[in-house]
Design a binder for this molecule. Structure first.
Ligand code: BGC
Length: 269
């Protein structure tokens, strides 16, 4: 950054080195060194296929490989490492495993990854990471006051509550029960594909879903993330609710960038 430019992110201290962000998803485990001043990757993203049986030890092996590959490109990325997991994470311990191997439940993932890699690793929920990144750098950055809810629509539905710019973790709104169904089993984007729904049919289900969330939490803004957010023009306008609803801006970079934020201890804007 030029000497005469002032950073808007005055709380960032990367004296221990640039952080790494790693996103553990169903098909791939992806990582990058993250430049927190710009809110973007510092270099190319590295991806390794998720092991077939994605147990904690198998994923820890991949995390170590990813860190090694990233360090070859960024020897200065000696800071903390953030890893997202698609489940509830309470103080580093995984508490649910809706779409991953059940052996994750009650595992101290912070400890396993830290031991395996010799780095300072912090694990968090995937949607929480994406929500934090959108709050600081993306679609929710102007929402300084009140409640922004980010939902990720993918294999499941993830959610992040950002209140007055600060993350309240593990909201798990994909598991709301609506009309006797777990919401993500009716309205995730994987369901649209599996049931071959049209955009209109899927949007009708999303209207039911967001209406319920709206009634329960009265948010000021919904941000819609996940891979399908790149097709926002196809379906967002069909969701009939009161609350403003916008597409995420960081798309598939949000999880990795948010992971680096959490690793760095930055849980708010
Ligand atoms: C999990 C959440 C996760 C979401 C998206 C849900 O099934 O319970 O923790 O954020 O999927 O991956």
């Amino acid at each position: 950054m030029a000497a005469n430019e002032t950073s808007v992110h005055t709380d960032i201290d990367t004296s221990s080195g640039m952080p790494l962000g790693i996103d553990f998803g169903g098909s791939g485990i992806k990582g990058a060194a993250v430049d927190l001043e710009r809110g973007d990757f510092a270099g190319a993203r590295v991806k390794i296929k998720t092991p077939k049986k994605s147990t904690p030890d198998a994923v820890a092996d991949v995390v170590v490989q990813l860190i090694d590959r990233l360090m070859e490109k960024h020897p200065d990325a000696t800071g903390p490492v953030g890893v997202t997991v698609p489940g509830i994470v309470q103080h580093g311990i995984v508490r649910s495993a809706a779409n991953i191997d059940k052996s994750w439940i009650d595992v101290d993932a912070d400890e396993i990854f830290t031991k395996a890699s010799g780095r300072d690793v912090h694990v968090m929920n995937d949607a929480d990471a994406a929500g934090l990144a959108e709050a600081r750098y993306g679609a929710a950055r102007e929402q300084k006051k009140g409640l922004a809810i980010l939902t990720t629509l993918g294999t499941g539905i993830g959610s992040a509550f950002i209140h007055d710019g600060v993350l309240v973790p593990n909201s798990e709104l994909g598991h709301l029960e609506i009309d006797g169904h777990v919401a993500e089993k009716r309205a995730a984007s994987s369901v649209m594909e599996d049931e071959d729904l049209s955009w209109e049919e899927w949007a009708a289900r999303l209207t039911v879903y967001y209406t319920r969330v709206e009634r329960l939490f009265t948010p000021d803004l919904f941000v819609v993330g996940g891979g399908v957010s790149k097709d926002a023009a196809e379906f967002l306008h069909l969701i009939d609710i009161r609350t403003p609803i916008v597409a995420a801006q960081l798309q598939n970079r949000a999880g990795i960038i948010g992971a680096a934020l959490v690793a760095q201890g930055l849980l708010g804007r």
